[in-house]
Design a protein. Sequence first.
Length: 376
Amino acid sequence: MAWGATMSDAATPAPATDWQGATPSMVLTVLAIMAGFFFLDRFLVQLEQQELRHEAAGLKFEGDRLLARGEAAAAVTPYRRAHALFRADRKYALDYARALLASGDRPRAEATLREVLDRDSNGAPANLLMARTMLAAGKTTEAASYYHRAIYGAWPSEAAANRIRARLEFAAWLAQRNARDELLAELLPLQAALPAHPELGQRVADLLLAAGSPARAADAYRALLRMHPEDAAAYRGLGEAELRSGNYRAAQRILQEALRRNPSDIAIASRIQMVSTVNALDPTPRRLPSLEKYQRSLHLLELSANALRACAGTAATDLLAEADHAAAQKPKGAISNELSEVRLSLAQQLWRNRVEACHPESKPDEPLQIIMEKLL
C-alpha cells in the first residue's frame, strides 16, 4: 500500500507557476505596467534634474548680476549654492572660485580650483583663474606656470581668441615686473598675430616698448599708422620708440605730428620739450662741429658730477675733484675731438659711480639719463 501511495504521489503534477495559465494579453498588460513605472521613474528623475538645473541657472544669473555690480562678497552665496547643486559642473565651480577670489577669500578659491584641476589639469579657464590666485598669494613662479597652462590648455570655445587674451594678461603682468626677456618672448607670438587681429596693435606696440624692444615697437606703430594715419596715440608711441632708439630728431618730429593731431594734450607738449633738451645735449651727431661737441661734453660732465654729488655724500671724492678740474681747465689752442672724448669718458665714470652709489628710487634728470645710457 505504501508502494501504491508512492507511485500515486509520483504521478501528481508539479504546482503551476505564477505565469502558467496566464493569457498573452495578461502578460503584455503586466509588462506594460512595469515599463510604465520605469519610464515614469525616469521622467520624474529628469524632471527633478531639470528643476535643479533651472534653479542653478537662476542662482548663476543672480551671482553674475552681483559680480557685475562689484558686489563680489554677496555673489559668493548664489554661486556656492549653484556649485553645491552640480559639483561636477566646472562652470559653476569656476564662477564660485572667481567670486571667492574677487571677495578676497583666496584660500577657498584655491581649494575650489584645485578640485577642478584634479579632474582636468588641462582646462584652460581653471588654469587662468589659478594663475590670478597665485598672483594674489604672491607666488609669482607658480603664477607664470599656470599662465602658460592657460595659454596652451584646452578652451571650451573661441580657443584662439581666449589664448590671445590670456597671453596679453600675462604680458601685462610681466611688464609691471619689468621682466623684459620673458615679456618679449610672450610678445613675439602676439606680434605675429597682428595681421589677423589689428585691434591689438596699440596694446602690443606699447608692450614691445616696455619690453625694451623699440625697433619692434616702431614697426608695430607704423603698421597702426598705415591703417589709421590720424592716430595721435600711435604717433606718440612711435615718437617714444624713436627716442629710445637714440633717434632724437626723428622722435621730436614725430611727437610734433602727434601734437598737431591732438593740440590739447599737455603731456605730448611736455615730451617734445624734453626731447628738445636731449637733442641739445647729444654729443654724438656725425656732423656736429668740434666746438659744439666740446661744449656739450663739458655740460654733460657738469651735470653728471652734480647728479653724483646729490646722493653720494662723501663718496667718489677723488673722481669729483678730477671732474671739477677738467671742467675748469681752459683748452689751449684749437678744440680737438680728443678733448671732448676725455670729458665724455670722465662723465661716463661719474655716471657709473652714481648708478652704484645712489638709491634706485633716486631719479636723475631724464634728458641726462637718456644721453648717458646711450653713451654707455
